[in-house]
Unconditional design. Structure first.
Length: 522
């Protein structure tokens, strides 16, 4: 059993060095070659700084990124993957916060930082384009240190959906525990070819490590492109993929799509948002692909609950409500739902999801106050509000800090979004709370439309499914919704950039009497 991250390619190189570890732009890299390069890079890193030093990487997906993941581990350094979509000041803030002595990455991403006055003087940069190979070949090498499973391996900054990003410290132990959970939820076969289009700077990168744990090959893509994905499936015989529901829709809608492109695909894993029922039915009607949804977060080193392919088939046949679930918690994690007083919730009741598992993060980097706020007596407070049904399916109701509080009432934005998405005119949406002098916040629907629909029509649709106070009072139409690196809608940015129209007259007049009694109690 692997004890540290760099054991993964090492053990596969010993078992079958010629087996393919990575496909990159149509070219294979076998485990033997990957292990050799990791060892060379690790020795070079060991000659720079000291054990426990932080090494940052700012790049889009590439083989050198994967080498660095394992080499940082083998050299006893802590890897700090930086989100390539952040602004220079945000990136510099994270470099300073972690005191990273080395920064690897893409030249065009690093250059704006180097030109900035705030770039830390003690950080050296090495571009993957040109400098990297020379640096690797020419410098001194030191013997590799002993690395323990309890040692920090990564500092991954949270997506910031509930506030300022914090550096989650993931250990070798927690990451490998996350792989054990993932293997239960999405079993890997040694002959799998797994297509990965998400950024390696996201916790979803644990799926790459999962494949290497079992000797499978990763088809690495720099970023998602529907045509490239279909071509990889067709020419390389891809068997498993990770995609967001919107990406799946783009595949099926692509003019070059043929169901035979996915003939060898066994499963597609997804997360971050629920699967639309129509998309599920279309996929199952046109292909034999199984779908698997997972629930997790950065602080959990991966996922702790899965909605299986069998669950998806059941949802398509007779139980569509299961698509609102994230599946059942795994045996590797203890899960509790608690109310605001910390009491365990009964079946069907809503409460915050708490997790105790070996895969939980150790702490937030140099932030004892934030750590103490989320880890209590070994339980990680996820900040997610959920409920469980009688069969132990887990449903995410909302983010605890993403509730809209309007007139003293809590409104779960995901609940409103689910209703809105059932209207045929709404292609995608996000529900947020926006400031209001009367109600404190008003429920605001920001929508990407498939076809035109009036405010009154949407209001009537929501009221047929929701209480009046949950129905949006403001309707905003946009061309697209902003997403963070995790593929989640960036509601913080949405709140900052959304221009509010006046509240719809029909909405405010209809609710005036009932809402005035609500606000008087607060």
């Amino acid at each position: 059993m692997s004890r540290v991250l760099h054991d993964l390619p090492a053990s596969q190189a010993a078992r079958d060095p010629r087996a393919v570890a990575l496909w990159w732009q149509g070219e294979p890299l076998d485990y033997g070659r990957l292990h050799d390069r990791v060892q060379r890079l690790a020795g070079r890193l060991a000659a720079t700084g000291a054990t426990g030093d932080r090494i940052a990487v700012l790049a889009w997906n590439c083989p050198a990124y994967v080498e660095l993941i394992y080499a940082a581990s083998a050299s006893g350094r802590i890897l700090v993957p930086l989100n390539a979509r952040l602004a220079p000041m945000e990136l510099i803030g994270q470099l300073c916060a972690t005191d990273a002595g080395l920064l690897f990455g893409d030249r065009d991403l690093i250059q704006p930082l180097l030109a900035h006055d705030g770039f830390p003087a003690g950080t050296d940069s090495i571009a993957f384009q040109g400098e990297y190979e020379a640096w690797l070949a020419e410098g001194p090498r030191h013997a590799l240190p002993q690395v323990g499973g309890e040692s920090a391996a990564w500092i991954l900054f949270t997506s910031g959906t509930t506030g300022k990003p914090k550096g989650a410290v993931l250990t070798h132990q927690s990451l490998l525990a996350g792989l054990r959970s993932a293997a239960l939820g999405r079993p890997v076969q040694a002959d799998d070819r797994y297509f990965y289009p998400f950024p390696l700077f996201h916790v979803a990168a644990h799926n790459v490590l999962l494949q290497h744990q079992f000797g499978a090959a990763v088809v690495l893509s720099q970023r998602f492109d529907a045509a490239e994905t279909l071509r990889a499936c067709r020419t390389l015989g891809v068997t498993t993929l990770s995609l967001a529901p919107t990406m799946i829709a783009m595949l099926l809608d692509h003019p070059g799509f043929d169901p035979t492109d996915l003939a060898r695909v066994r499963t597609i894993g997804y997360g971050a948002s629920n699967m639309p029922p129509d998309l599920l039915r279309q996929l199952l009607a046109e292909t034999d692909v199984g779908l698997c949804q997972s629930y997790g977060m950065t602080e959990l080193s991966g996922s702790i609950a899965f909605l299986t392919p069998a669950d998806h088939r059941l949802a398509a046949e007779s139980r569509p409500e299961l698509l609102q679930s994230v599946g059942k918690p795994l045996r590797t994690a203890q899960v509790r739902l608690v109310d605001e007083s910390g009491r365990n919730c009964r079946t069907g009741e809503r409460g915050e999801i708490l997790v105790r598992a070996e895969q939980c993060m150790r702490e937030y980097w140099q932030d004892s106050q934030a750590t103490g706020a989320v880890i209590e007596d070994g339980w990680l407070h996820t900040g997610d509000i959920g409920r469980r049904d009688t069969e132990n399916y887990l449903y995410i109701v909302d983010r605890k800090k993403d509730m809209v509080i309007s007139g003293g009432e809590n409104v779960a934005s995901r609940e409103v979004e689910a209703v809105l998405r059932r209207h045929p005119a709404v292609k995608d949406c996000a529900v947020i709370g926006m400031p209001d002098p009367t109600w404190g916040e008003v429920v605001t629907a920001v929508m990407v439309m498939a076809v035109a629909a009036s405010d009154a029509e949407l209001d009537k649709h929501c009221r047929s499914c929701l209480a009046g106070y949950k129905t949006p009072r403001r309707w905003v139409r946009v061309d697209s919704l902003p997403a963070n690196a995790a593929g989640k809608i960036d509601k913080g940015l949405l709140r900052q950039t959304t221009a509010l129209p006046q509240a719809s007259r029909v909405t405010m007049e209809t609710d005036h009497e009932s809402r005035s009694s609500t606000i008087s109690r607060t």
